[in-house]
Write a protein that binds this ligand. Sequence first.
Ligand code: G3I
Ligand code: 9MR
Length: 544
Amino acid sequence: STESSNQKIAVNQLGYLVNSEKIAIVPNVTATTYDLVDVNTNKVIRSGHLSHAKMWDNAGNDTFKHADFTDIVTPGNYLLRVKGVRDSAVFSINNHVYDSVHTAALKYYYLNRSSIEIEKKYAGIYARPLGHKDDDVLYHSSAEQGDDFKAKEVQSQKGWYDAGDYGKYVVNSGIATYTLLAAFEHYPEVYQKQILNIPESSDNVPDIINEALWNLEWLITMQSKDGGVYHKLTTIEWPGYEMPHEDKRTRYLIGKTTAASLNFAATLSAASRVIAPYSPNKSKQYLGAAIKAWKYSLENRTQYYEQPADVKSGEYGDSQLKDEFAWAAAELFLTTKDNIFYNFYKEINIHYSAPSWRNVSYLSLSSLLFKAKDLLSEQQYEDLKIKQKHLADVYLKQHKNSPYIVAMEKSDFVWGSNSAALNKAIVLLQAAQLNNNSQYLKAAQGLVDYILGRNPTGYSFVTGFGDKTPQHPHHRISQSDGITAPVPGMLVGGPQAGQQDECNYDTNEPAKSYSDSWCSYSTNEVAINWNAPLVYVLGAFVSR
Ligand code: G3I
Ligand code: 9MR
């Protein structure tokens, strides 16, 4: 046993819904019992037995025990106490524990908008001047195809900054926007009433859609006359450690790719569907643009991104586009109801896995399962449902076999591992709903617990939410705004052993290889495609 006063009991630092599973991870002390303390009365309301020691290889040779207090259902504020280690963080049991973190995770998008002043009445201390108007963007030589570039400057306004940098990248913003729209489609009751306090809050459109529109309106500018979509809009070098309005570097449209065109087609097609009741004109415009991008992709199937020699910004390169074709085909089928697209989709032999910017196959499956019941034969629908369930069963098994009670395998600890966790939670939540089976829900909860503090780093990985949260994310605004606390509601990338930066790490054990420092862009950056599954998953638990 390893008894040290530094070791801490790991809990979900925000807390637990009343009826959820509640298990804490306790260092491997000699003590065999734990106390659950009600912090309001300072009374021990339960002394329970710790489980036998277990070991999780993703966290090295660490051994630990479990304290299971699932049956405590009285709302309140608590902590866990075990002899030989520090107390746990104070956490709550109640059915609103995720409300404010959910709203903050969505508000993050507003706070990271490009081309608009972020006003005090919406942003409080995080107000900042307009950055990157993007009304004078140039064509990089890699984008000089077709006729558009003959005009010198392009307008390509709005959109969100991708991450800690100020670039705008199509493939990544596609999946991020789609995931927010899916959250709305799957949990409308949550988003119909949510008010984000953003400039559009007083209109009659739900704010999650208002926010998505900010990026959709940018995306639409990324399409060239021939239907193809430019890959990204960035500077040549990375921006400096400065606020958006201080970055005066020239910005370029760089590359035109099949991947961007297909992501655009899928996202705009889904958006056309979702905004139809609010704006029939935009709905029509988006679908027209999506079809044009699809046609371009069919005629240019292998236009992969190649980073030009002079360009340093993010690549988001991908030369496996079967999944992008499947996703775009599925979304176009759903929006047009034209079987030509379903037939195309059917012919693709797809391997499904939890979604990521690079592998979007699952998004086709998910959209079809939620939206195509009336469009498909019973057999076709059941086949898709079984595929979804198979994938969820893989994750459910990982959860059940995990000594750390989290469906995370070694291979999940990649750049952005926290988003890998939350995208798995999306698969599990959807299986819970489609099969009406709460086992999957428990496994999804395990991933949420992991993100919010029940992990070997001791951090809740969302800025501003939890007892110990990232203070130095690789986020240029937070780094240079002169405010101590980082912008709230941001999910950091998370632990992974690749360590592709110049930072020092204490260990290279996958689940512990995390550093809360500016230099750690491979574990401590933030990104729009990572926050989106956070919004979706928290939205699901808020709806319960
Ligand atoms: O494809 C290989 C796979 O075959 C291999 O098994 C695996 C092992 O690590 O690596 C896979 O490639 C990884 C790739 O992402 C695809 O997942 C690379 O190692 C990894 O370095 C790469 O990380 C990407 C990173 O940019 C560096 O290019 C992240 O996914 C991506 O989210 C991140 O995105 C950046 C943008 O470029 C710029 N803006 C910030 C943003 C967030 O950090
Ligand atoms: O700040 C950049 C971050 O937004 C990117 O995700 C990351 C991807 O490679 O690169 C960061 O920029 C670093 C560069 O790659 C290497 N030199 C240090 C830069 C910032 O610390």
